[in-house]
Design a protein around this ligand. Structure first.
Ligand SMILES: Cc1ncc(COP(=O)(O)O)c(C=O)c1O
Length: 304
């Protein structure tokens, strides 16, 4: 998706011009995928621009860094303020926010421990990830021939840059086959997640989503949906989902910061149907919460 440039990027603690936020070609992370990152959204909420679940995202950022032995030279408060700052200074109302920490210039080879760590936070306007139409009418999904990485290969719970090559292979495969998005299975053949989204299914009024041991990234949107389902008295169950369950679901949808709540209308040529009532209710409730219109979850949003 092409980038929309804005003025400033937060880099190593300072706001610098967008065009100056550059790295050397021998940056460690460029060669070995040795970076960790986050993706957040800021919505134009009731009282102005507000970042959705800012602290939760920054906690996950620090957890990803911890798994990869990266000691970030910033506190969670400094990172949160950096994220608010890039929204404010660029006068953005709704945007995507991308914090990244990566092994920088000066060391090569597979021992990364002596490499410097650079940290940046960028923000830019980013519309719906899987298309406005997809959000309304649902997308077509292909089960990938690529297995989702598992915890004995790379920790799925970490958002590390190198891990996304696995997602990219699945994504390309689905696009080349004429689908909108991929769905990956874990190493047991159970449903795991999309390349950048968690999955939910509805069957006879119950909501199901795969557990952490199905090699998922525990999504913050996924967690929000589980809470919102509780508010709507929709029973939710975290359980393994096999292909048979998936293909006979009444409703299916993806969740993620980029994808928000995107209904799935077809899997591998098998029709699931138009976005169903539970998907629609949860989608509506999610946007209400993200925009500060849900009193119960006002603490999920952080005004910039
Ligand atoms: C692999 C993967 N799964 C799931 C998600 C959804 O997570 P979240 O809802 O926290 O954005 C993402 C996006 O960050 C992701 O990259």
């Amino acid at each position: 998706m092409p980038l929309t440039e804005v003025e400033k990027i937060w880099m190593n603690g300072k706001l610098i011009d967008w065009a100056d936020a550059k790295v050397h070609v021998l940056t460690h992370a460029l060669h070995y995928g040795s970076g960790v990152f986050e993706g957040l959204r800021c919505y134009n909420a009731k009282k102005g621009p507000a970042v959705f679940r800012l602290v939760d995202h920054m906690e996950r950022f620090l957890d990803s860094a911890k798994i990869y032995f990266m000691d970030l030279p910033y506190t969670i408060e400094q990172l949160c303020e950096g994220a608010r700052e890039v929204v404010r200074v660029n006068k953005l109302k709704e945007c995507y926010i991308r914090p990244i920490a990566f092994r920088g210039y000066g060391e090569m080879g597979l021992n990364p421990l002596n490499a410097v760590i650079d940290v940046a936070i960028a923000a830019w306007p980013w519309g719906t990830y899987l298309g406005e139409e997809g959000l309304e009418t649902g997308i077509r999904v292909k089960i990938s021939s690529y297995e989702r990485i598992n915890a004995n290969v790379m920790p799925p719970a970490a958002k590390a840059t190198g891990q996304y090559i696995n997602s990219i292979l699945a994504k390309i495969e689905s696009l080349k086959a004429g689908y909108d998005e991929a769905l990956m299975l874990d190493n047991r053949g159970m449903v795991s997640e999309g390349p950048g989204e968690n999955i939910f299914m509805v069957k006879e009024g119950f909501l199901y989503t795969p557990p952490e041991h199905a090699s998922i990234l525990p999504g913050i949107t996924r967690d929000s949906i589980i809470h919102l389902a509780g508010d709507l008295n929709i029973p939710a169950c975290i359980t393994d989902i096999d292909r048979g369950m998936l293909l006979t679901a009444d409703e299916l949808f993806f969740t993620g910061t980029a994808a928000e709540v995107t209904p799935i209308r077809e899997v591998d040529g098998i029709g699931i149907g138009k976005p169903g009532p539970i998907t629609k209710k949860l989608q509506k409730k999610f946007f209400e919460a993200a925009k500060g219109k849900d009193k119960k979850h006002e603490d999920w949003i952080d005004y910039v």
